[in-house]
Design a protein around this ligand. Structure first.
Ligand SMILES: [Zn+2]
Length: 239
């Protein structure tokens, strides 16, 4: 057995204070005080050494901790580098540890994170903005892919946003629901519409105080909708 003399690289895996947790690295550095390794004229046996060291560590607990603290302070980069290397070497293990921890403490963790986010709102906003800037291309590609996969949902969202902008009374209207309700027929001419190309017509236009709601929308052919719109403009000109 080699006694640790406190030089760099002199870590020990003995004395794991945190059990087998991969999170806490044990790199206690034993003070440069040579403990007894011989009994009289003979070397200690392995068992004798182990028993002796156990007592020795207990007896020197305070000075070892103090030594470790001072050593850490005078070698700040060593600990950083050591921990970084450790994390890299045990990445999967650490991830699994925290995933299990999260599963076992889900509610309290979520609550703690939400509380922290609330208390640090401006920080969180800045962080998210920065993150978005750093990953803008990826975020845009993800959005574009989602939009391509959910065209109807996009139109629903856009209509919703547009109505909000106009200050209309709004409920979330889904085109799919209107299509079903109106049996796929245009409310102006009564004929079937192309399921991929039809307008969600506001019966009372949003611009005239109509609301964005199921009771104020109906399906229409793009042409029928435009004709109705043109007629409305004509009426406006008459007054
Ligand atoms: Zn029509």
């Amino acid at each position: 057995m080699q006694w640790n003399d406190g030089t760099i690289g002199a870590n020990t895996t003995r004395d794991r204070p945190h059990g087998d947790s991969p999170i806490f690295t044990d790199w206690a550095i034993i003070p440069p005080v040579r403990p007894l390794v011989r009994l009289g004229n003979r070397a200690m046996t392995k068992q004798e050494k182990a028993a002796y060291m156990k007592l020795w560590r207990l007896a020197h607990k305070v000075e070892r901790a103090e030594y470790q603290r001072a050593w850490n302070e005078s070698h700040p980069n060593y600990k950083k580098a050591y921990n970084k290397a450790y994390r890299q070497a045990h990445r999967a293990e650490i991830r699994a540890y925290w995933a299990a921890y999260y599963q076992a403490h889900k509610d309290e963790t979520d609550a703690r994170v939400a509380a922290w986010n609330n208390a640090n709102r401006s920080h969180v906003t800045a962080y998210r903005a920065e993150r978005y800037r750093a990953h803008r291309d990826k975020a845009r590609a993800q959005t574009a892919a989602w939009q391509k996969a959910h065209p109807d949902k996009c139109r629903d969202n856009n209509a919703h946003r547009h109505a909000l902008k106009l200050g209309a009374t709004v409920e979330y209207v889904e085109r799919a629901v209107v299509f079903e309700r109106d049996n796929g027929r245009c409310h102006v001419c009564g004929k079937k519409v192309d399921p991929k190309d039809w307008h969600l017509d506001h019966i009372v236009p949003l611009s005239k105080g109509g609301e964005h709601s199921y009771r104020n929308v109906a399906m229409a052919h793009p042409d029928c909708n435009m004709k109705k719109y043109a007629k409305l403009i004509g009426q406006l000109r008459l007054f």
